[in-house]
Design a protein around this ligand. Structure first.
Ligand code: BDP
Length: 708
């Protein structure tokens, strides 16, 4: 009896100790949106478990194996139950069947599209290709993660764009150009021998969104990436990514034939140079049979290119296309070009250089165009190229990393930026010719289509530095797959999978995310202001007027003077507006009717000019700066309200960053109003209060910031 009591007491003690020994792990963000935490509602869990008792995989394909294992891992987490993978369902029902190929019953789908349906009391994930099944599997997991029912399933989706890619601006020394989340994910010094397990998780995250390509190195490329030494390393990464449907691409340094090939020239019309590229490409495909191709930044910001030899962009791109001819690879040739011409308007540079080349590119070439004509500003009109290159496939290049969006301290949800551009009408083929229809090929019938996002990932444990910046990676991927999804639906999905399923908290966080971009624009660059920076694209420097070239100063862009503010791009100014179709010009040409968000992009407006809002330009600007900065306070209040609903570590992380953002938003507000006030010579309008510091105080702060 005594002994029994002791045993009972000891086992009680054991239970108590073990429950203390294993506190729930704080969420460090590593698992991204693929958390697969156990669903708390037991009846829901059971309902899912009844429909997913086994997984049928009748293939040795590495991609299908990756899909089945992901599903098994996801269900294990979500349902707390091991779901076996079996080779055949036989007569069994209540399982998930993965099937690809001509027998999958999905003839009308695109190669990578998927259908997830209930067939004969099983859930069938079907696609023509293995990759499509992988995407369908992630769609099914997403469906369960967001707690939707499994009966009457009909998840059918085709990707709208064929090449959905991340562009990493990573260097051989581990740094990332414009990276704010630590060092490069690629540990070049360990590769190819050691494979960081993180490479696989990176691939899983991308595959879950449908991203199928990754450019592993900086567009300001080192020739070293094309050496035998580095190709081995890149091949090792490609091997990890392959089962997740991801192909690797390389950014190339145009003069590589000279730098590492020992040739005297890199002239694209020189036969030795062409042979060098053909041989190099052959060498790459020997190591990486599914290599995706080349991304090129040439004759841009000091990078060499074909123009150094009196040739044009098409000559350069077509030479690389020729080298890729025997293989299934493409050339992504960037249109981010602008010359150091003090009289020119940088806005016009890309179309000036590329317009005449429309139709001159090899069919394997896609010209990759940034969303706006300048450089990833918080708001830009769409790049005029999208309306003027009907015979050249154009890829969209968005920037996910927050180079101009407050790095890793400001919360800016980017889907609204991407959507705004994609949904704008170019009128290239009459009304209804949205940028999205140009990019997805439906307008001009491009054979190849692509969307690229400059990655925001790094070695930080949570991948993106700011926990909420994960949503931007997510949103890019979802929109690259299907640009018709709404910013709200994507945000809701991400919050549910990543932060909380509490309906009130989901609503509050989604709302906060949806408003965040406009709030940032309001204190940073409202009403069509742009690029108030010099070198470091973070601290306010609207006064910056010194640089080796005028278009690297801030004053070049806002043109503040005693008469007014803004860049006149009408006929009386640079006439950049003429690069758009007449319907678009009509929208933006007249300062009386030009929508306020674009006003200063196209007009130099007098300070005292009365705007449609009833306020003068000066008063309107102040209203934007002040309400923008105040709204960050609103964001903080919203976040406090979700405290109990999100993981404490994530909560504190975001709360801290929001506090910094608030401080910096006020910094921005003060910098702008004090600087512009010198020209406007107007008081700060009521009810706003004059900053309690001087312009010199703010400049000093920025000076110290830039010293760091
Ligand atoms: C700018 C960046 C610069 C990039 C360049 C590019 O400041 O670091 O190299 O774009 O896209 O936004 O090539």
């Amino acid at each position: 009896m005594h002994c029994k009591k002791l045993i009972g007491f000891l086992s009680f003690l054991l239970i108590v100790i073990s429950s203390y020994a294993k506190p729930p792990l704080p969420d460090d963000g590593y698992r991204l949106w693929l958390k697969y935490d156990r669903i708390s509602d037991a009846s829901k869990r059971e309902a899912y478990a009844r429909s997913a008792q086994f997984i049928v995989l009748n293939s040795s394909s590495p991609i299908l194996k990756a899909a089945a294992e992901e599903l098994q891992m996801g269900l294990q987490g979500l349902l707390g139950k091991n779901v076996p993978i079996i080779a055949s369902a036989g007569n069994r029902t209540g399982g998930v069947v993965l099937t690809s190929g001509s027998n999958a019953g999905v003839q009308s789908m695109n190669a990578e599209g998927y259908q997830v349906t209930n067939r004969a009391s099983n859930i069938v994930v079907a696609s023509k290709t293995d990759a499509g099944v992988l995407y369908g599997t992630f769609a099914l997991l997403r469906h369960i993660q967001t707690l939707q029912p499994l009966n009457a399933l009909s998840l059918t989706s085709n990707p709208k764009v064929r090449y959905r890619m991340l562009n990493h601006w990573d260097n051989t020394n581990g740094t990332i150009e414009r990276g704010y989340a630590g060092e490069s994910l690629w540990k070049w010094y360990e590769l190819p021998e050691r494979l960081d397990p993180r490479y696989r998780d990176y691939a899983r995250a991308n595959a879950s969104l449908g991203i199928n390509g990754t450019v592993v190195n900086n567009v300001n490329a080192s020739a070293r990436f094309l050496t035998a030494e580095y190709l081995q390393k890149v091949a090792a990464l490609a091997n990890v990514f392959r089962p997740y449907g991801i192909r690797v691409y390389l950014s190339v340094y145009f003069p590589a034939p000279k730098v590492i090939g020992g040739l005297k020239t890199a002239d694209p019309l020189d036969s030795d140079v062409r042979k060098w590229w053909a041989d190099k490409t052959k060498e790459i495909y020997r190591l990486i049979p599914d290599f995706g191709g080349y991304l090129v930044k040439a004759n841009s910001e000091g990078e060499p290119g074909p123009q150094d030899y009196g040739r044009n962009h098409a000559d350069g791109a077509n030479m690389l296309a020729e080298a890729l001819k025997p293989y299934d690879g493409i050339v992504l040739w960037r249109a981010f070009v602008y010359k150091a011409d003090p009289k020119a308007d940088r806005f016009k540079a890309a179309l000036d250089e590329f317009g005449d080349l429309d139709g001159k590119f090899d069919p394997k070439v896609i010209v990759q165009v940034k969303n706006g004509p300048i450089d990833f500003q918080p708001r830009e009109p769409f790049s005029p190229l999208f309306g003027k290159m009907p015979k050249t496939p154009l890829a969209m290049e968005f920037q996910i990393t927050q180079e101009y969006l407050g790095f890793a301290t400001h919360l800016v949800y980017e889907a609204p930026i991407f959507k705004e551009c994609l949904e704008t009408d170019t009128y290239a083929g009459g009304k209804g010719s949205s940028v999205a229809r140009v990019v997805d090929g439906s307008l001009h019938g491009y054979a190849i289509t692509a969307m690229a996002g400059v990655a925001n990932t790094g070695s930080d444990r949570n991948w993106t530095g700011h926990p909420m910046a994960q949503a931007n990676w997510y949103a890019f991927g979802r929109l690259a797959w299907d640009h018709t999804l709404s910013s709200e639906a994507i945000a809701r999905e991400w919050v549910n999978m990543t932060l909380t399923t509490d309906p009130q908290a989901v609503k509050r966080i989604t709302d906060l995310m949806l408003r965040s971009r406009e709030i940032y624009v309001n204190y940073n660059t409202p009403m069509g202001l742009s690029r108030p920076w010099a070198g470091v694209h973070f601290a306010p420097e609207p006064w910056q007027d010194k640089s080796p070239r005028p278009d690297w100063t801030a004053v070049y862009y806002h043109r503040a003077d005693s008469t007014g503010l803004g860049f006149d791009r009408t006929q009386t100014g640079s006439n950049a507006l003429a690069q758009y179709s007449p319907e678009v010009q009509k929208k933006w040409n007249n300062p009386e009717t030009c929508p306020l968000p674009y006003l200063l992009w196209f007009h130099h407006v007098p300070w005292t000019k009365k705007l449609a809002t009833g306020r003068t330009l000066w008063d309107e600007l102040c209203t934007h700066f002040y309400t923008g900065a105040d709204s960050v306070g609103w964001m903080q209040q919203q976040w406090v309200q979700v405290k109990g609903a999100v993981d404490p570590e994530t909560y504190a992380n975001v709360a801290g960053r929001l506090a910094t953002q608030h401080k910096e938003a006020i910094w921005w507000r003060d910098a702008w109003v004090l600087y512009l006030q010198q020209y406007a010579r107007q008081p700060i309008p009521a009810p706003f209060k004059k900053p309690d510091r001087t312009l010199d105080d703010v400049k000093q702060l920025v000076h110290i910031y830039l010293m760091r």
